[in-house]
Design a protein around this ligand. Structure first.
Ligand code: ACM
Length: 490
């Protein structure tokens, strides 16, 4: 493989002549989690043991005086690779780069041929543009089995993305086990049926849908993410988007038990603001903070029909509760209106309109604009596009997205799953747009024709080797269409 195959595009590459051949004698060492990761993932694919050694062939070192957080430099010579990274995350990024420099077969889980395994000689210096390179994943509307979340984390890391914002609760499902409140998952984790598409009148299947993650599952997800230098930011959405919780414990709402919602949209069932409801959610957040080491915990706060000032105070109490435990709260941008005053440490996820970022002055902001970075929205006006909803958001639109300010923590893509009822549909919606997004979040030095060339010649073959069912650039495969299921394009 060649230096001009890398995605996201690195800051600086100086190719040199010659190659390094990896073989039975090749050793890997240095920063232990990175060396282990390289041995486990790349070693398995190329069929080499890559043991540690006192003076390893491929050495990952860290040095705080180098680069910036997440940054690294590497030099490949015929006799070895020297990586010097700012931190372990930077070392991991370097390891991901080395994997890309191998053949796409390096993305399989077992060797498929035994040709020579070569790295091109040269030097690279690379650093991220933003510290928050996020992807949100809605596992509430449609549950994604744990194994798929683990796989999704690997796909994020492959693209040098470092935040997985996990949307764990909504009107249509509660996905996180809370041992103190077993009804949340016994009742709240499944619904009797689901709306199919977005037609008028609405259509439903008659098929129960559900699932949840046990505490052990979530600890595994967090640990797997940490190995990949991905932070899992959990979201429990309040005080709206809470019908599944109210179905489990009606006293959190009006006292009348609704069903876990089977429709898409914004439910009118919202939490009440009684002291007991606040106590309930403080306990839920304590549990969340026990399971998720993330510095940031998301309280949602979006789309609350009929909200009162008491709901703003309710949200503020929960934000203060998170802060009192040494963490930071984040919320969707509606909290700028509802929580008055909004504690300054709160991170604002700006989704409705990027101009709202101006109103968020004084707060850290993550840009998640609906018109550009919502990947449930249709990616083409192709007549065969499955269940087209939302704004037209092409691969090129995502790649061209340029935030109106650099004074933000970073960017985040959103994968809402009302219309994505299987992992295959998630793959289709997310890729290759997430590849374009990753480059936008990593570097301001972008070039669309060059990106397309790297994507087509090098990166789609990597996704193929991993078995990712992305949307082909020319339109969906016949089995990726959903004839007869109405969308709702805007
Ligand atoms: C949102 O799309 N409701 C954040």
């Amino acid at each position: 493989m060649s230096w001009d195959s890398l995605v996201p595009r690195p800051s600086l590459v100086v190719p040199a002549t010659g190659v390094l051949e990896l073989d039975q004698g090749t050793t890997v060492g240095g920063e232990p989690t990175t060396a282990d990761w390289f041995r486990q993932h790349v070693g398995a694919a190329i069929g080499l043991p890559l043991p540690d050694a006192a003076r390893p062939t491929i050495e990952f070192r860290t040095d705080r005086t180098e680069s910036v957080p997440g940054g690294y430099r590497a030099e490949i010579r015929p006799d070895g690779v020297e990586v010097v990274a700012h931190d372990a995350a930077g070392a991991h990024h370097a390891a991901q780069t080395l994997r890309q420099l191998l053949d796409p077969a390096a993305y399989r889980s077992a060797p498929i041929h035994y040709g020579r395994c070569l790295l091109p000689c040269g030097r690279i210096e690379d650093r991220p543009r933003f510290g928050w390179r996020g992807c949100h994943l809605d596992v509430a509307r449609h549950f994604l089995p744990k194994r798929e979340v683990l796989r999704f984390i690997e796909l994020l890391a492959m693209h040098k993305l470092n935040i997985l914002h996990l949307h764990l609760t909504d009107d249509q499902g509660w996905r996180v086990e809370v041992p103190r409140f077993p009804e949340l998952t016994r009742v709240g984790s499944w619904r009797r049926r689901s709306m199919v598409g977005r037609g008028e009148p609405p259509e439903f299947d008659d098929r129960p849908h559900g699932g949840y993650y046990t505490v052990e599952d979530l600890r595994e997800i967090v640990g797997h993410a940490a190995r990949h230098h991905v932070t899992v930011v959990p979201e429990v959405d309040v005080p709206g988007h809470s019908q599944a919780a109210i179905a489990a414990y009606p006293e959190l709402g009006t006292g009348t038990r609704p069903q876990v919602w089977d429709s898409w949209g914004v439910s009118a069932e919202i939490l009440n603001t009684d002291p007991s409801t606040l106590e309930f959610y403080r306990a839920v957040l304590d549990h969340l903070m026990d399971v998720f080491p993330s510095q940031v915990i998301c309280v949602g706060g979006d789309e609350v029909p009929g909200a009162t000032p008491a709901h703003g105070r309710f949200l503020r109490s929960l934000i203060e509760h998170i802060q009192a435990r040494g963490r930071r709260a984040s919320g969707w941008d509606e909290i700028l209106d509802s929580v008055d005053p909004l504690p300054p440490e709160t991170i604002v996820a700006v989704w409705r309109d990027e101009r709202i970022a101006i109103r968020a002055a004084g707060h850290d902001v993550v840009l998640c604009p609906e018109r550009r970075l919502y990947f449930d929205h249709r990616q083409a006006d192709h007549p065969d596009e499955p269940i087209p909803v939302g704004y037209l958001t092409t691969l090129e639109d995502v790649y061209a997205y340029e935030p109106s300010t650099e004074h933000v923590l970073g960017l985040q893509a959103q994968v809402w799953t009302e219309q994505l009822d299987t992992p295959r549909r998630v793959d289709y919606a997310a890729f290759p747009r997430l590849t374009a997004f990753a480059e936008t979040a990593w570097t301001s030095d972008r070039d669309l024709p060059d990106f397309r060339r790297r994507l087509v010649e090098h990166h789609l073959p990597r996704l193929d080797a991993l078995g990712v069912e992305y949307r082909p650039l020319g339109g969906p495969h016949p089995w990726q269409t959903r004839p007869g299921v109405a969308g709702r394009p805007r």
